[in-house]
Design a protein around this ligand. Sequence first.
Ligand code: ZN
Length: 247
Amino acid sequence: MYHLFKRIFKLLVPKRWLTVIEPYLRNLASIPYVGNEYQCNLCNFRMSQFVKKANGQLLCPRCGSLPRTRRLFHVLTTQFDLINKTVLHFSPQKSLSSRLNQFDLKHYITADFAGEFKALKKIDITAIEEIDSSFDLIICYHILEHVEQDVKALRELFRVLKIGGSVLIQTPFKEGEIYENSKIVEPKDRLRHFGQKDHVRIYSVKGLVSRLELTGFTVDVMTWNSPDSNFHGFKARETVLLATKAS
Ligand SMILES: [Zn+2]
């Protein structure tokens, strides 16, 4: 039902209007899902079920949030004190950035490079146009696996962090070593080798921790349990690297 609704509106409504009326369309599209079995922790919509995407991920019909975004919001609000903090957020899903904009942050800078996300600034993660020691927290979810010069990006993240500040990093992970090959550049080959046509490697936890430590970070591999994960439609455990610029 949700997917049909979305397809019809994409066909009928000009793209420039879609972003303006999207909240109203989402309100309408989510009506059949109203219920009490589950709740989106981002927009608080209560529903009989989440929308199941073709890849199996559970989407909130009201705000469009993905499981990893809802889990990230849970982590941010239970593990971090965000009040009066400066936060840099790469490629933010709109459902999350609009919630974080309501928080009492000192500065909240959203950044996008490829024009895929609505953001305040266009920022190349390998050449961040911000002064040294600017941020208390950087959110870097599903970014590094797209970046060819990832070590350069890690150095930039380290540079713009304040002493004692942290980067939250998540990417797809595999066991063993990092798998990368700079000769694999065609989208179809990248899809076959790295799982997505715009991915340039698959990290292992061990490999990424090592690159972060070589850059100067202190790294904790976190899983942060949540007893309400099923109710909120996300995984109870998910690996996230917390890389800190130690004092
Ligand atoms: Zn929601």
